[in-house]
Design a protein around this ligand. Structure first.
Ligand code: NAD
Length: 462
C-alpha cells in the first residue's frame, strides 16, 4: 500500500531527531540492528521467497542464494569486522606541528535514503541497508513498486523488527519517490536504470547530497581462444539465464572468435537444455519476466531471422524462452541493455576488434573474458574499462564481500559490499589534537626573518 505523502516528511523528521540524539552512535546499537535484520530474514525466509516467486517466478534455490542467504552472509561478514572498522586510526602529524596527535574517525553520514529496483527486490534493498546501519545511519527504504509482492512483504516485516526512527519503509512509485527526493537526506543510494539515476542526481544536487548510483549497461562477454568452450558455455548459460536474464551484471552479449562460433552455439544450446529441459516453461528453475511491459519490450528485440535457439514466448505466463540470436552492432538488440533472456552473439576476428566494439558503448557494469592466454587476460584487465570484471566465469564476482561492487561512467558511481559499504555510508573525519606544553613562536607574526628558518626546518625534518 502506498505511503501517504504527508507521512513521508513526518517519518523523515522523527528519524532526524533520533539520529541527532545519537540513537545509532554506539557499536551495540549498530550490532543489534544488524542482528534484527538477520532475525527478520531467518524468521520469514519462506514468505520472502514466496513473494520473490510471485513477482519473478524465482526458484527457492535462486531466491535463497541471491537474496536471503546473500544478505545473511553480508551481515555476518560485517558483524565480524565492525568493531575494527569503527576504530579510530592514528596518523603521523607534521613535525612542525609538534606536539600533536592526529587520527581519523569514521562517523555516520546521518539520514540515508535507499531506493531499489525490482530484479533482486529484497537483496538490493537490504544489502545497502547493512552498510548504512553498520556505519550508524538512520534509513528510509523505498522498495520497487514493480515487485509488488516483495514490496508488500518488506513493508509488513520491517516495522516488526526495527524502530521506525532507525529504519522505515516508504512504499510507492514515482510520486512517493519524488517526495522523498525533495527531502534533505545526507546520502542517497539508488539502484536502477540510468534515466532515473539522472533524476536522482539532479534532485540530490539541490541539497548537495552525495549519491551512490548503481546502474546498468551492456556487459560484454568475450570468448576468444578458451581451451574449454564447454565449460565457458556452461558458466555463461548459468549467469545469463539466472533470474531469467534480469540481472544487472548478466552477460548482455557475446563477442566470440569467428572460429569458435559454431562450437560455442552448440554448447550454449546443450546447457540450456541440460539446465531447463526441452520445455523451460515447465522447469521449476526458470523464472518469468517481471511485467507485460518488459515482456513486449523484450519480444520486440527478437528478429526471427536471427534466432539460433528459442525466440518464442507466452505473454499470459510472462514466459520467454532462453534465446540465442546472431547479431552485429547495427541490430536493435545491440542498442540498449537487454535485461532479459536474450543472448546475442557477435563474431569477431581478434581481441583488438572486440576492444574496438566495446569502446563504441558506454562503460559497462561488468565485462567477462573466457581465455587461457595470459597475454589476453592481461590486456583485458588493463585495457577494458568496466565496473568490475570476471575471468573464466560470469556474475560471481559480485558475490564476494571482499570486492567492492559498483559501476563507472554510465554504469554508475560509488561502490558497496563488505568494508566498502561501511565506507560508502561513513564520513572519514580528520582530527588533530595539539599539545599545549610547547608553542613554537616561528609561525606567528611578525614574520620578518622567519621564512628562512622555516625552509631550514622543513628541509632538515624532511
Ligand atoms: P525500477 O523501475 O524498479 O526503478 C528503480 C526505482 O526507481 C524504483 O524504486 C522506482 O520507484 C524508482 N523510480 C522509477 N521512476 C522514477 C522517477 N521518475 N522518479 C523517481 N523515482 C523513480 O527498476 P529499473 O530501473 O527498471 O531497474 C532495472 C535497471 O537497474 C537496469 O538497468 C539494471 O541494470 C539496473 N540495476 C543495477 C544494479 C546494480 O547493482 N548496478 C542492480 C540491479 C539493477
Amino acid at each position: 500500500m502506498n505511503t501517504e505523502l504527508e507521512q513521508i516528511s513526518t517519518i523523515f523528521e522523527s528519524q532526524k531527531v533520533a539520529f541527532e540524539k545519537g540513537v545509532m552512535a554506539s557499536y551495540e546499537a549498530r550490532k543489534n540492528n544488524l542482528l534484527a535484520l538477520q532475525k527478520l530474514i531467518e524468521d520469514n525466509e519462506k514468505s520472502i521467497i514466496a513473494a520473490l516467486r510471485e513477482d519473478l517466478g524465482k526458484s527457492e534455490f535462486e531466491g535463497a542464494i541471491s537474496e536471503t542467504l546473500f544478505t545473511i552472509n553480508e551481515i555476518k561478514h560485517t558483524l565480524k569486522s565492525l568493531k575494527k572498522w569503527m576504530k579510530k586510526r592514528f596518523h603521523l602529524a607534521p613535525h612542525l606541528q609538534f606536539p600533536a596527535w592526529s587520527w581519523t574517525r569514521p562517523e555516520p553520514l546521518g539520514k540515508v535514503l535507499i531506493i531499489s529496483p525490482w530484479n533482486y527486490p529484497f537483496q538490493l534493498l537490504m544489502s545497502p541497508l547493512i552498510g548504512a546501519l553498520a556505519a550508524g545511519n538512520v534509513v528510509i527504504l523505498k522498495p520497487s513498486e514493480i515487485a509488488v509482492a516483495t514490496s508488500k512483504v518488506i513493508a509488513e516485516l520491517v516495522p516488526r523488527y526495527f524502530s521506525s526512527d532507525v529504519v522505515s519503509v516508504v512504499e510507492g512509485a514515482v510520486e512517493e519517490t519524488q517526495a522523498l527526493l525533495d527531502l534533505p537526506f545526507d546520502h542517497i543510494f539508488y539502484t536502477g536504470n540510468g534515466s532515473v539515476g539522472r533524476i536522482v542526481m539532479e534532485k540530490a544536487a539541490k541539497h548537495l547530497c552525495p549519491v551512490t548510483l548503481e546502474l546498468g549497461g551492456k556487459s560484454p562477454c568475450l570468448v576468444l581462444e578458451a581451451d574449454n568452450i564447454s565449460l565457458a558455455a556452461k558458466r555463461i548459460v548459468w549467469g545469463k539465464f539466472f533470474n531469467t536474464g534480469q540481472t544487472c551484471v548478466a552477460p548482455d552479449y557475446i563477442l566470440v572468435h569467428e572460429s569458435r562460433f559454431d562450437e560455442l552455439v552448440d554448447n550454449l544450446k546443450k546447457y540450456i537444455t541440460e539446465f531447463f529441459g526441452d520445455n523451460p516453461q515447465m522447469s521449476e528453475d526458470y523464472g518469468r519476466i517481471i511485467s507485460e511491459r518488459h515482456f513486449t519490450r523484450l519480444l520486440d528485440l527478437i528478429n526471427p531471422e536471427d534466432v539460433l535457439h528459442g525466440g518464442k514466448g507466452d505473454q499470459k505466463d510472462l514466459y520467454l524462452e532462453p534465446t540465442l540470436v546472431k547479431a552485429d552492432f547495427h541490430k536493435k538488440v545491440m542498442e540498449d541493455e537487454i535485461f532479459g533472456p536474450i543472448l546475442p552473439l557477435v563474431k569477431v576476428k581478434s581481441f583488438d576488434e572486440a576492444k574496438q566494439l566495446i569502446f563504441k558503448r558506454p562503460n559497462p557494469l561488468a565485462a567477462y573474458l573466457f581465455s587461457d592466454s595470459n597475454t589476453i587476460i592481461e590486456r583485458f584487465v588493463s585495457e577494458i574499462p568496466s565496473g568490475g570484471q570476471c575471468i573464466n566465469d560470469s556474475i560471481v564476482h559480485l558475490t564476494s564481500p571482499h570486492l567492492p561492487f559498483g559501476g563507472r561512467g554510465a554504469s554508475g558511481m560509488g561502490a558497496y559490499h563488505g568494508k566498502k559499504s561501511f565506507d560508502t555510508f561513513s564520513h572519514t573525519k580528520s582530527i588533530m589534537h595539539r599539545g599545549t606544553f610547547l608553542d613554537l613562536p616561528v609561525r606567528y607574526p611578525p614574520y620578518k626573518g622567519k621564512l628562512g628558518l622555516i625552509r631550514k626546518l622543513l628541509s632538515w625534518l624532511g
